[in-house]
Structures are given as C-alpha cells and as structure tokens.
Design a protein around this ligand. Structure first.
Ligand SMILES: [Zn+2]
Length: 308
C-alpha cells in the first residue's frame, strides 16, 4: 500500500485558550509517533491552502466570510462557547481543507492508495452555517463534494468514529442521498444529535453507544450498522472522520476503546474500500484529547493503512 501523510507546521499555529483540550500538543504527539522507523515508508507531503471554491462546496459564502472576518490580528477570539480563532487560524483551516481535497485527488489519480491528514482544527461539528465544537469548516464534507465535482464520484461514504456525533456532516448531507453518513458515538453527549431515528433521506446511519460501552459493543454496532450500510451503498470513495476520543484514556467521553479497536475498524474499512472502490480511502483527523491515547491510536491506524 502507498499511504500518503499530509501535515504542516502551521497546524500548530491555530491557538486555543489555556487548558483547552483541542491544542497544538495533539499534533506534536502525532508527529512524534509517526517519526518512528516503522513509518519510514509514509509518503509525506505538505498541503496547499484550499481556495474559496472548495469552502463553498459545503458552506455558503456568508459562513466563509463570517469565519474569516472573525480572525483577530492578535490574541484569541471565541466564535462559539468552545470554539476560538487566533491570528493564524484562517491559514491553518485553509491548509486543512486543502489537505482533505488533495487527499481525494491523490486516491482518484492513484498517487496513493490511502491518505491520512493530520490537521487541526477538526471539522465534523461545523454545520453549513455554524462553526462549533472546535470546528470552523467541515473538511470531510468538502472532501466528499470535491470527489463528486472533480472526479465524478456518484456516491461517497463518510464514516465517523469520533466519540462525538458529527452534527455538522449530518446537517450538510441531511437531504442528499448521494452521500452516506455513518456515525458511532457516545450518547447522550455533546452535541446532542445522533439518535437512531435521525435518518435524513435514508442516507444517515447513527449508531449511538451508551457511556461505558467497550470494544464488543462498538464492534457489533460497526459491523451490523456501519459496514452493512456501506456494502449496500456501494461508494466510490470512503472518507473516515477519524477521531480517537473513544479511547478509554480520553477525558471528554466514557467509551472504552483502545488501539486494537481502531486498528480493527481501519482494517475492516480497508477491506470494504478494496472490494467496493479500488482501495480509495481518505482519513481525516477529528478529535482525540489524551496525548498518549491519541498518539498510540494514530500509530495503530496509520500503521494499518500502510500494511493493508
Ligand atoms: Zn470528538
């Protein structure tokens, strides 16, 4: 397998208030684990910033302007109770979207079998017109729309195993049956959406898990609801909203997964990508707030992407 990695030093320059869980050290921890010899074969690249034409694939111009106009010349400004921007946040967000878009190009043009994007801020809570939950623009949604527009993909599946429900992605594709959105997440938990009966145009598959759930419950839900839906949908591309905050060490939730579960889920999605869509798999970092849990989980995930 050729696995490409997108990262950029500017992702460290998106600053959040002291004590905020979504902090630059998250990416430093990921960089550290991926600097190990076993990741020598990773095809490492820095992304170019996305253009406005990419942002408007999932957001109206007014949202793009609202976020970019909120960027301060100095200091940190809140745009939501728990979402903030600092002087370099706009550049970081554009690079993150640029990486997601480039990753889609890479797998359709066969420069890589699969791609992992280690970017921040994350994206899956960003709704069409609302920045929230640490997210400004919805990287996964923009990547899916880009695959459709640029590469003629008829159907794109977005699989979200972040421990929080991706309300933003669900919002953007609520009435769009050309994109399947499947999520496993703790419920009740922020942001409050993600009930089983939220099904959109039949293209939304929510698999809520109760606090205290572990590996067996997660794998059953993933197999029975998520994987089965992917097979029925027959996508041209699989995008993972890869949050690692369902790890048992994570401070923001109470789901008890570990590295082996992320390794397993990665392998299962790779098998489906191989069977259904010529291996095309793009994985975008979302949450994960315990540095040890995050880095070991990303190590397991990226190691699996490389090995097949
Ligand atoms: Zn999360």
């Amino acid at each position: 397998m050729v696995t490409r990695l997108y990262s950029h030093p500017l992702f460290l320059e998106h600053l959040t208030p002291p004590g905020h869980p979504e902090r630059p050290d998250r990416l430093r921890a990921i960089e550290k684990v991926l600097s190990d010899d076993r990741f020598d074969r990773l095809d490492r690249h820095q992304p170019e910033p996305a253009g406005r034409e990419h942002l408007v694939l999932a957001h109206p111009e007014s949202h793009v302007d609202k976020v970019m106009n909120a960027i301060p010349d100095e200091g940190i400004v809140r745009v939501d109770a728990d979402t903030s921007v600092s002087p370099m946040s706009g550049e970081a967000a554009l690079l993150g979207v640029g990486a997601a878009v480039a990753a889609v190009d890479d797998v359709f043009e066969k420069r890589a079998d699969n791609v992992f994007v280690a970017a921040r801020p994350p994206g899956h809570h960003a709704e069409k017109v609302t920045a929230m939950g640490f997210c400004l623009f919805n990287n996964a949604a923009i990547a899916a729309r880009h695959a459709q527009k640029r590469h003629g993909a008829d159907r794109v599946a977005i699989i979200d195993w972040d421990v929080h429900h991706g309300n933003g992605t669900q919002d953007i594709f609520w009435d769009d049956p050309s994109v399947l959105y499947c999520s496993t997440h703790q419920m009740p938990l922020y942001p409050g959406t993600g009930a089983k009966d939220e099904t959109g145009a039949g293209n939304i598959v929510n698999a809520p898990l109760s606090a205290g759930s572990g590996s067996d419950t997660f794998r059953d839900a993933f197999r029975d609801r998520v994987m089965r839906s992917i097979v029925d949908f027959h996508p041209d591309l699989i995008i993972i909203s890869a949050g690692f905050d369902a790890h048992h060490r994570d401070p923001l939730a109470e789901i008890n997964l570990d590295e082996a579960d992320f390794d397993w889920a990665t392998a299962e999605l790779m098998e489906l990508a191989n069977r259904l869509c010529n291996d095309r798999l793009v994985s975008l970092l979302e949450g994960g707030y315990d540095l040890r849990g995050l880095s070991s989980s990303v190590g397991a995930h990226v190691g699996r992407l490389m090995r097949g």
